[in-house]
Design a protein around this ligand. Structure first.
Ligand code: SF4
Length: 225
């Protein structure tokens, strides 16, 4: 550990190595965070099975200090979006993201979460979760293997290592705005607006029917036959 944290340029006498560490605030701060990233526990589709495999004994992401997945966003700092993101689910995903405290990260696992995957043209599928929440790491594959997900974690660790306390967003001044919870097109209905949607749909339908009727002073079309 001390070897990992030592800052180059500060030579420590051999007899003190292992007992004394000279490092920077950024380095020890990032080392602490990236060695204890806790993912939030939820899965959306088949990719979640691979995520579960990554947590079990053969691969075991506890080796990265990730230990258990947290069932509450308040105790998690990594959102693994594992699976197909449907329009029905995206408001819940954004709400969970908003409830996670900073520092927090998002990993898009697989083709579906990254860009819609094989269901990209589907009426009910979002073409990538990054349209709604900021994604830090993309893991390719359909499904990605546990090794690919572990590689995604290592990529995230490298990203955390490069951050500085001076510039990270969670220490910036000013209030933090939550991400807007999406209310998409007519196929994603906000139940609180059910009456408004119903009235809007009925009005629109009546207008369409009226537009398709012939004008009253217009003679009915006759066949030339
Ligand atoms: S990327 Fe493939 S394995 Fe993952 S959720 Fe989509 S279809 Fe399933």
């Amino acid at each position: 550990m001390s070897f990992e944290l030592n800052n180059p340029g500060y030579e420590i006498p051999p007899e003190m190595q292992g007992q004394v560490t000279i490092t920077t605030l950024d380095k020890i701060y990032n080392w602490g965070r990236r060695s204890s990233v806790w993912p939030m526990m939820f899965g959306l589709a088949c990719c979640a099975i691979e995520m579960i495999c990554t947590a079990t004994s053969r691969f075991d992401f506890a080796r990265f200090g990730m230990e258990i997945m947290r069932p509450s966003p308040r105790q998690a700092d990594l959102m693994i979006v594992a699976g197909t993101v449907t329009k029905k689910m995206i408001p819940q995903i954004v709400r969970l993201y908003n409830q996670m405290p900073e520092p927090k990260y998002v990993l898009a696992m697989g083709a579906c979460a990254s860009g819609g995957g094989p269901f990209k043209e589907g009426y009910n599928v979002v073409s990538g979760v990054d349209e709604f929440v900021p994604v830090d790491v993309y893991v390719a594959g359909c499904p990605p293997t546990p090794q690919a997900l572990l590689n995604g974690f290592i990529t995230l660790h490298k990203m955390i290592d490069k951050q500085s306390i001076k510039t990270v967003r969670w220490y910036r001044k000013g209030p933090e705005q939550p991400l807007p919870v999406p209310i998409l097109g007519p196929d994603l209905i906000d139940p609180r607006k059910y009456i408004e949607i119903k009235e809007y749909t009925e009005t629109k339908l009546e207008a369409q029917i009226a537009a398709s009727q012939p004008a009253p002073d217009q003679p009915p079309a006759t066949s030339a036959g």
